[in-house]
Design a protein around this ligand. Sequence first.
Ligand SMILES: *[C@@H]1O[C@H](CO)[C@@H](O)[C@H](O)[C@H]1NC(C)=O
Ligand SMILES: *[C@@H]1O[C@H](CO)[C@@H](O)[C@H](O)[C@H]1NC(C)=O
Ligand SMILES: *[C@@H]1O[C@H](CO)[C@@H](O)[C@H](O)[C@H]1NC(C)=O
Ligand SMILES: *[C@@H]1O[C@H](CO)[C@@H](O)[C@H](O)[C@H]1NC(C)=O
Ligand SMILES: *[C@@H]1O[C@H](CO)[C@@H](O)[C@H](O)[C@H]1NC(C)=O
Ligand SMILES: *[C@@H]1O[C@H](CO)[C@@H](O)[C@H](O)[C@H]1NC(C)=O
Ligand SMILES: *[C@@H]1O[C@H](CO)[C@@H](O)[C@H](O)[C@H]1NC(C)=O
Length: 456
Amino acid sequence: MAYGLPYGMASRNVALCIIFIAALLHVSLGQTPPKSEVLPEFLALLENHTVTQGRDVSFTCVVNHLQSYKVAWIKSDSRAILAIHTHMVAHNPRLSVTHNGHNTWKLHVTNVQPNDSGTYMCQVNTDPMRSQTGHMKVVIPPDIMDLDDTADQLTTRENGDLRLRCLATGTPAPVVIWRREDGRNITLRNEHGVKRMRTYEGEQLHLRDILRQEMGSYLCIASNGVPPSVSKRYYVNVRFQPLIKVSNQLVAAPVDSDVLLQCYVESSPKALNTWHRNNGVKLLEDEKHDISEVTINDYAYQLNLTVRRLDRSDFGTYTCTAENAYGRADGTIRLQELHLPRPTVTSTSNTEVIEKHTWRKQTEKKGKKYSYVVDKPDSELKNVGHTTPMSRRNVSSPSNVTNKSRMSVFPAPAPAPAHSAPTQSGGQNGVRSSHDSRLRCVGLALAVLVILARSD
Ligand SMILES: *[C@@H]1O[C@H](CO)[C@@H](O)[C@H](O)[C@H]1NC(C)=O
Ligand SMILES: *[C@@H]1O[C@H](CO)[C@@H](O)[C@H](O)[C@H]1NC(C)=O
Ligand SMILES: *[C@@H]1O[C@H](CO)[C@@H](O)[C@H](O)[C@H]1NC(C)=O
Ligand SMILES: *[C@@H]1O[C@H](CO)[C@@H](O)[C@H](O)[C@H]1NC(C)=O
Ligand SMILES: *[C@@H]1O[C@H](CO)[C@@H](O)[C@H](O)[C@H]1NC(C)=O
Ligand SMILES: *[C@@H]1O[C@H](CO)[C@@H](O)[C@H](O)[C@H]1NC(C)=O
Ligand SMILES: *[C@@H]1O[C@H](CO)[C@@H](O)[C@H](O)[C@H]1NC(C)=O
């Protein structure tokens, strides 16, 4: 804020001193006394400010040798006089001027608004007038408009189209990008083909021919360099008829063992899942049957049926069924008795998993139960609370989105005065050095006078 003040001061004071001495010489040489007026001068440039809307800011004007002149503040783009000395001319309660009783005037603007931006002038009414100008730029952090179409929960049939819109405001105009919350790529399809990208820039995200894999949360993030950036979440729901995959359609297990039967289901909305025996009897959770479901992702889950302590009547066909509003799907598993070569061996009861076409003996055992893993359609899938689609505004924190260095010169919104200290001390330093050099100047002048007197 000091802008190399002491140096400027010194040289100015030397100049003033020379003028003063010259004037003395002039007087002493008995000629007409001139007006020895020292004009007011500014000690520092007015600041330029970039301020976030709602914050407070002030311009500081330091004038020396003001004498009977007055300091006025003018909004130079509108030519409106804001204040003269500390008297407010503009009827704007957000403006005020303070004077430190010496050479420093401050124009304070509280709760800065967009129409406060522009050029401010600190003017002294000399003839011609002397003035300095500083600029204020008002910036506004981004905001995302609430669109009345309540499009934050979007639902489509598979292969349908969706348009996600995210209109953002802010100054400067924000950039809007889209990304999937789980970090997977966004799939964009058009006549020319398919593109997959981590982020997409634009206010509208047009998802065409949506597949179930594209279901999930999408975020639009608006940023304009003024922190904080904002984001809004959209949950894309893709609806389709259930699908069941059974990777082991033939399972063999010995009597007395426990066996695990599994169906892989894809369904949205979530299906009603049931297990039946081939005789049409619906299986319920009981000491014989353990029925469970585990969610794999937004639309896929695994159904497990454990049949405990097999007896002969348990062998036969089992059917898993998934049904939702769009249709139903079935999967069947045949459970066969496995005749062990040596049935007398008690401690190791084996089960054998038989694939549809090839018989494959599993090498892994878990107690009495066999487990196998159905190939997931997408190994990257994550659970994303599929039953609670939601949308909310969130302030995204990453420093990438908020660039502090592009932010307002004004750091803190609240207690301002700390700001005024440097100027003040700068001003006083200037005054002190000016005072010192004036003393020196007076001394020098006296010496000159003495010399002159002697020579007379
Ligand atoms: C303020 O900005 C103007 C240009 O917009 C520049 O000429 C001037 O030097 C700046 N003032 C300060 C104190 O940086
Ligand atoms: C500037 O904007 C504020 C808030 O929007 C308003 O109250 C004020 O009247 C405006 N001032 C001028 C000079 O337009
Ligand atoms: C995701 O998109 C990026 C480019 O944005 C690309 O480099 C990457 O290979 C894509 N990943 C997949 C799995 O398609
Ligand atoms: C179903 O079985 C698989 C394989 O044993 C297991 O990983 C999974 O946790 C089971 N799910 C439930 C809900 O029991
Ligand atoms: C914003 O999102 C983060 C993680 O994405 C979460 O931890 C935080 O609670 C959210 N804040 C609000 C206000 O929703
Ligand atoms: C932050 O701003 C600085 C200066 O304007 C610039 O050099 C830098 O690239 C910006 N960083 C980001 C992440 O925008
Ligand atoms: C932010 O950017 C830096 C480098 O510019 C990178 O290392 C970091 O991972 C980024 N953070 C996020 C949250 O994107």
